[in-house]
Design a protein around this ligand. Structure first.
Ligand SMILES: CC(C)(COP(=O)(O)OP(=O)(O)OC[C@H]1O[C@@H](n2cnc3c(N)ncnc32)[C@H](O)[C@@H]1OP(=O)(O)O)[C@@H](O)C(=O)NCCC(=O)NCCS
Length: 136
């Protein structure tokens, strides 16, 4: 929560309570350097509605940007999703859609592609994020 605080304030990342994170703690992965957490990412399973997952909460701390950590975190969850038998990965983003397209190989999709529950949450968020996806 400390790591993503500034990014949430800047509305780059969705606000998450401690409870939100704890409920899905098994979905979160962190990147450490010398035991300091400098990056994170989450992988949310969309089964059984879709054989897909959502990559979320990708963040790399300011001092460690542009060193490939974001790409490593993206690749890590992508490999995991593939191992889990997922056919697609989604990413919803307001600010980083260029990054996901250019560095992650995602393409623009539409909210209609999301499972119903996620689509409702998306509509309620009011964030006007772009929906991106990648076939695995
Ligand atoms: C976006 C973010 C995860 C990138 O992490 P990173 O570790 O710096 O990324 P990498 O080192 O893997 O990649 C750096 C490259 O991406 C480019 N890049 C960074 N942010 C970008 C953006 N928003 N749009 C397009 N390109 C971007 C850099 O210019 C650099 O390009 P180069 O390799 O051609 O020089 C990080 O900047 C971040 O945490 N941002 C704030 C949170 C956020 O917006 N998260 C996504 C929410 S969905």
């Amino acid at each position: 929560m400390r790591l993503i605080k500034n990014s949430v304030q800047a509305e780059e990342l969705v606000k998450r309570s401690e409870q939100d994170i704890l409920q899905k703690i098994q979905d979160f992965f962190v990147f450490e350097i010398d035991k300091n957490v400098i990056g994170c990412v989450a992988l949310h399973d969309m089964r059984p509605e879709l054989p897909a997952a959502e990559m979320a909460c990708l963040y790399v701390s300011n001092g460690h940007e542009n060193q490939g950590v974001g790409r490593k975190l993206m690749r890590y969850v992508e490999d995991r999703a593939r191992e889990m038998g997922m056919k697609q990965l989604f990413a919803l983003s307001t600010r980083a859609f260029n990054y996901f397209q250019q560095k992650g190989g995602y393409v623009e999709g539409a909210a209609e592609m999301l499972p119903v529950e996620r689509r409702e949450k998306y509509a309620l968020s009011g964030r006007n994020s772009k929906v991106l996806y990648k076939a695995l």
